[in-house]
Ligand binder design. Structure first.
Ligand code: MEV
Length: 424
């Protein structure tokens, strides 16, 4: 008989009780269940307060990107990722960039956009004017929701309106522009737009449905640039290759998606390690890549008159030092301490630099030996672990598979058996 996933009151159970249900449902072994329950740096009862229906915690490798010099300051970059080569590639690229003086970065004020959707308007123009004529009043109502943010110099700084054409007719979209200071801002912004919505309904005579932050944070951009000496990147041919790769990504959305994924490999690893909202960053990045034009690359690389490589990346970066898991997750707190950034702006700029480094690392490999060589040794170690290798055997099995150019679980098992026999 198939088991049902409809479990009434699941949320009311303790993590242990939930795990027992899941264990039964999924046929987990005692060992697997014990692994899920394992008390890690994120204790189960804290995890249980962070999200719903908790049964365990999910650890990821946490590594450190080294060599980062950004605006003359040295950083160690905490990166959580399951993907081999990401941390090594970022560190290698940061070293190349360092030889050209490091990254230079900039960012705009930490302003997020909150949207209020007004529909069923007999006269959208009239409604728009009603909103605009009460602009100050609406902004005040919104700011009253968050006196702390206002006392820190943040809060609503402006209000905008737009009438859009949709498949369900014209809609008035009211936008609040909120300076979120050192917060990512979703909570502050969502509270504000929810609070002013009834007043907007009242003055427009329309119906408000959505009241929510936009992740396309075009007013909260971070930018990083660098110049990599041609000798550092591997010579003229590599510089040319990277410039061609960049032109390809600018012109072709299919390539741009992968190009941007490469930059996000680094950015998201830091976002994960620091307990920030990685979906918000990814949504913002891809939204921005398609803003005003067909989807394109977030970074670009050009050969400069000296024959060196100039790189630039710009993207929305809605990150915070306060709120969410940043201040609750024990490892995120340590990661933030390692990162040692003093403001959300500095954090955003470091992330842009990490994205540019990661992108450079990927492109350098792609235009020369390809990414498989770099991936292979770590991939081979994963395969060796998969085949049951432990401790010293992991490297021995991996090396043998690479030598034979046969990186497969079946071969790993054979090698493991041979090596184990020889050791007896
Ligand atoms: C792999 O995770 C990322 C790359 O595909 C990025 C790129 O192609 O630029 C190597």
């Amino acid at each position: 008989m198939s088991k049902s996933s409809e479990i009434s009151g699941f949320y009311k159970l303790s993590p242990k009780e939930r795990l027992a249900i899941v264990k039964d449902f999924a046929g987990l072994t005692d060992e697997e269940a014990a692994l899920l329950e394992h008390q890690s740096a994120l204790p189960l009862d804290l995890a249980d307060h962070m999200v719903e229906n908790v049964i365990g915690v999910f650890p990821e490798p946490l590594g450190i990107g080294v060599n980062f010099l950004i605006n003359g300051k040295d950083y160690l970059i905490p990166m959580a990722t399951e993907e081999p080569s990401v941390i090594a590639a970022a560190s290698y690229a940061a070293k190349m960039v360092r030889e050209g003086g490091g990254f230079k970065t900039k960012s705009s004020a930490p302003v997020m956009i909150g949207q209020i959707q007004v529909v069923k308007l007999p006269d959208p123009e009239y409604a728009k004017n009603q909103v605009l004529s009460r602009r100050v009043n609406i902004m005040k109502k919104a700011n009253d929701q968050d006196p702390t943010l206002v006392s820190l110099g943040g809060g609503v700084i402006d209000l905008g309106t737009k009438i859009i054409e949709t498949s369900m007719g014209q809609m008035l979209i009211v936008e609040l522009f909120v300076d979120c200071r050192d917060a990512m801002g979703a909570n502050a912004v969502n509270t504000m737009v929810e609070a002013v919505a009834p007043f907007i309904e009242e003055i427009t005579g329309g119906k408000v449905y959505l009241r929510i932050i936009s992740n396309l944070a075009t007013r909260r951009l971070a930018r990083a640039t660098c110049t990599v000496p041609k000798e550092a990147v591997g010579g003229e041919e590599i510089v040319n290759g990277i410039a061609y790769a960049s032109a390809f990504a600018q012109a072709d959305p299919f390539r741009a998606a992968t190009h941007n994924k490469g930059a996000l490999n680094g950015i998201i690893a830091v976002i994960l390690a620091t307990g920030n909202d990685h979906r918000a960053i990814e949504a913002g990045a891809h939204g921005f890549a398609a803003f005003h034009h067909p989807y394109t690359s977030l970074s670009s690389w050009k050969k400069n008159p000296k024959g060196d490589l100039d790189g630039v990346i710009e993207l929305p970066m809605a990150v915070g030092l306060v709120g969410g898991a940043v201040k609750t997750h024990p490892i995120a707190k340590i990661a933030m301490k390692i990162l040692n950034v003093k403001s959300a702006n500095e954090f955003a700029e470091v992330l842009a630099a990490v994205g540019l480094a990661q992108n450079l690392g990927a492109l350098r490999a792609l235009v020369s030996e390809g990414i498989q060589r770099g991936h292979m040794s770590l991939h081979a170690r994963n395969i060796a672990i998969n085949a049951g290798a432990k401790d010293k055997m992991i490297d021995l099995v991996a090396e043998q598979m690479i030598k034979e150019k046969r990186v497969r679980v079946d071969r790993a098992k054979e090698i493991l058996e041979e090596l184990s026999k020889n050791q007896q």
